[in-house]
Design a protein around this ligand. Structure first.
Ligand SMILES: Cc1ncc(COP(=O)(O)O)c(C=O)c1O
Length: 294
């Protein structure tokens, strides 16, 4: 995939309370966040110029930072205002916003005590993660050898940058093997999630989704669960073994970036885009686009 590098674009980025030219939004090489993984981030989608569920995302940014033992020095209202202004200045219609917070350079030992916390918000146009056939007929997943860690091993509820090295390893291996994404099990061997999205199975017309005790309880996941309730679709949130992939009729992923993304294969198993996936995908599209109505 070739895109213009993310440090070489036009426009502005909000950094620590002020707008700076895009190419000048830099951090020092001796930042604690870079060396020891003290960073948290968010992904927010913009539809028709307006963000979907911004408060939920900024509350989660704060919660993720708390999990890592630091405080984001701007409250949710300030971050929301900064994001709106970023979206306006970047003239984003259908796009993506990336808020990120990280520990600064006051010291460079394992201890994070006394480090300042920096915050940036960047936004760019980004209609869909997957396009064409993959978007409509579904993506292909490969079960990864990498697993989601136990909650007493890593801060699994935080959207922490450090946890994404597992996702990057899994994703790169899946892509190298010709798949679109990886499916990760958790440390117990239960189904967990993909590298940037939560997992749903449809079995006999009902929705089954793994209990989010080793991974992010996604904002899209929660939205889809409430849409399923509205549509009268039965939901079972539980621990699910990988053998249950054999009895699923439909499979899909949810995430801010992925939205409701059908899955057409996991390893050698294949799935159709069925009526439950179609109904929830439509309901999610209607809801996100309705937010933009004047
Ligand atoms: C690893 C991971 N799991 C799940 C999700 C889905 O979360 P959300 O729906 O809040 O975007 C994401 C995306 O943010 C993610 O990166």
């Amino acid at each position: 995939m070739t895109t213009t590098a993310f440090d070489d674009r036009d426009g502005v980025i909000w950094l620590d309370g002020a707008f700076v030219p895009w190419r000048d939004a830099r951090l020092h090489v001796l930042s604690h966040g870079l060396h020891y993984g003290g960073g948290v981030f968010e992904g927010v989608r913009v539809y028709g110029g307006r963000a979907f569920k911004p408060v939920e995302h900024f509350e989660r940014l704060h919660a993720s930072a708390r999990e890592l033992g630091f405080r984001v020095p701007f409250d949710v209202t300030e971050l929301d205002a900064a994001m709106r202004e970023t979206v306006r200045r970047q003239d984003i219609v259908d796009g993506y916003v990336r808020p990120v917070a990280w520990r600064g350079s006051e010291q460079l030992s394992v201890s994070g005590a006394g480090t300042s916390v920096h915050v940036a918000i960047a936004a760019w146009e980004w209609p869909h993660v997957f396009s064409g056939d993959a978007r409509s007929r579904g993506i292909r997943l490969r079960t990864s050898r990498w697993r989601r860690p136990a909650p007493d091993t890593a801060p699994v509820r935080a959207k922490a940058a450090s946890l994404y090295n597992i996702c990057t390893l899994a994703r790169d291996e899946a892509e190298a093997a010709g798949y679109d994404d990886a499916l990760l099990l958790d440390f117990r061997g239960h189904l967990a999630e993909a590298t940037g999205a939560n997992l749903f199975l449809v079995i006999d017309g009902a929705l089954h989704t793994p209990t989010p005790d080793t991974f992010l309880d996604g904002i899209t996941r929660q939205t889809v669960l409430s849409l399923a309730a509205d549509l009268g679709i039965a939901v079972h949130e539980r621990h699910i073994g990988p053998e249950e992939l054999d009895r699923a009729d439909e499979l899909f992923l949810t995430g801010t970036a992925y939205e409701v993304q059908p899955v057409r294969a996991v390893d050698a198993r294949s799935y159709e885009v069925g009526s439950v996936t179609t109904a929830l995908s439509k309901a999610y599209t209607d809801l996100t686009r309705a937010v933009t109505a004047p």
